[in-house]
Design a protein around this ligand. Structure first.
Ligand SMILES: Nc1ncnc2c1ncn2[C@@H]1O[C@H](COP(=O)(O)OP(=O)(O)OP(=O)(O)O)[C@@H](O)[C@H]1O
Ligand SMILES: [Mg+2]
Length: 327
């Protein structure tokens, strides 16, 4: 791993995020730690509700509060201490040092303004430039994300664009101030299958060209395999495995990771195989079992696994796994 030589653009240590809910206080993140190096693409996978989006939102200090709060740990973005950063300072950090693209671009774009208006505004929040110069930069950025005739497109409203084009606009906006870290939370899920691959290619290309750190959040391990060099696997608010992508695919250590990999559809003999999904339900965060959170669904669980929680420990292949009986 090149970790020792390069500098982390993001470093998260023991992050704890809590939400007040009707069922009581829940820990959506419970001691999450990982780094992202300059120019590195890191994938985060895990079933719905495991804490992927909460992790992403925490990095930009966007956890809705109340009901949520960062209850412990630290987040360092470059040299900035996110947890203790005042809100007005964080506004400057968002977009310039780190930016985020979401699943549904329509929710992030304002329907009553042209995309040009919105891009110009973002650029001018971060740079002291004239409107004309900001517009020139916005057109350039639209061209960078492969939008044809950007001079015309810039005066259109979000609803005049296709879903794929809107997501490209979101990417252009997110990258307009050359952030060091891009967080993409299910960036292609809402798009047509044919457009998904194109948008992912765009993200990958820009990430390499701009040497940005990338956090790619997805349910789809197939997408991670093509885009990321390292993977974090989350379950119930914890990291249960972390490894270089190749290693994770070749030799998944946690039974949960193995289950996720086994549920990737494969095409064999020209037929799409339906593969097993992991049986059972994710436990309720308000009512967690004693011991390993995966034990009830785990084919390998022993009594010991239901008694105490396995810590996240180094593997001999340079990754980490939280399991008493890893593969
Ligand atoms: N605003 C909120 N209020 C209360 N609880 C919340 C809130 N946002 C998140 N949570 C809790 O945090 C947990 C993690 O949510 P998160 O959105 O990070 O899941 P996720 O991994 O992104 O899932 P998905 O794949 O469905 O997007 C949820 O199970 C939920 O209980
Ligand atoms: Mg999510």
């Amino acid at each position: 791993m090149s970790e020792s030589t390069s500098k982390p653009v993001l470093s998260i240590q023991d992050l704890v995020v809590e939400f007040k809910t009707e069922a009581g206080l829940i820990r959506a993140l419970d001691g999450v730690s990982f780094d992202v190096q300059e120019g590195e693409a890191l994938g985060i996978v895990g079933e719905s509700g495991c804490g992927k989006s909460v992790t992403a939102l925490s990095i930009l200090k966007l956890i809705p509060s109340p009901p949520g709060r960062i209850a412990g740990g630290s987040i360092k973005l470059d040299d900035i201490d996110v947890v203790n950063q005042p809100d007005d300072e964080m506004r400057k950090v968002r977009g310039s040092l780190a930016s985020m693209i979401f699943q549904e671009p329509m929710t992030a774009l304002n329907p009553v303004f042209t995309i040009g208006n919105q891009m110009v505004e973002i650029i001018r929040v971060h740079q002291k430039v004239s409107k004309a110069e900001a517009k020139r930069q916005a057109i350039e950025m639209l061209r960078t994300v492969n939008i044809e005739s950007p001079e015309q497109r810039i005066d259109q409203y979000p609803h005049e664009l296709s879903g794929g084009m809107r997501q490209r606009v979101m990417i252009a906006m997110a990258l307009s101030c050359s952030p060091k870290l891009l967080i993409a939370d299910e960036p292609t899920t809402a798009l047509d299958v044919t457009v998904q691959a194109q948008v992912m290619e765009e993200i990958n290309r820009l990430q390499r060209e701009m040497n940005m750190g990338l956090i790619l959040i997805t349910h789809d391990l197939g997408v991670i395999a093509e885009s990321c060099t390292r993977v974090v696997v989350m379950y119930c608010g914890k990291i249960i495995e972390m490894a270089e992508t190749e290693e994770l695919f070749r030799n998944p250590r946690h039974p949960y990771t193995r289950g996720l990999l086994d549920s990737i559809p494969r095409i064999r003999e020209k037929k799409l195989e339906t593969l097993p999904i992991i049986e059972g339900m994710v436990p309720d965060l308000a009512n967690l079992p004693k011991g390993c959170r995966f034990a009830d669904r785990c084919p390998k669980a022993e009594d010991h696994c239901r008694e105490s929680e396995p810590p996240l420990e180094d593997t001999e292949s340079g990754g980490k796994v939280a399991c008493f009986i890893p593969n």
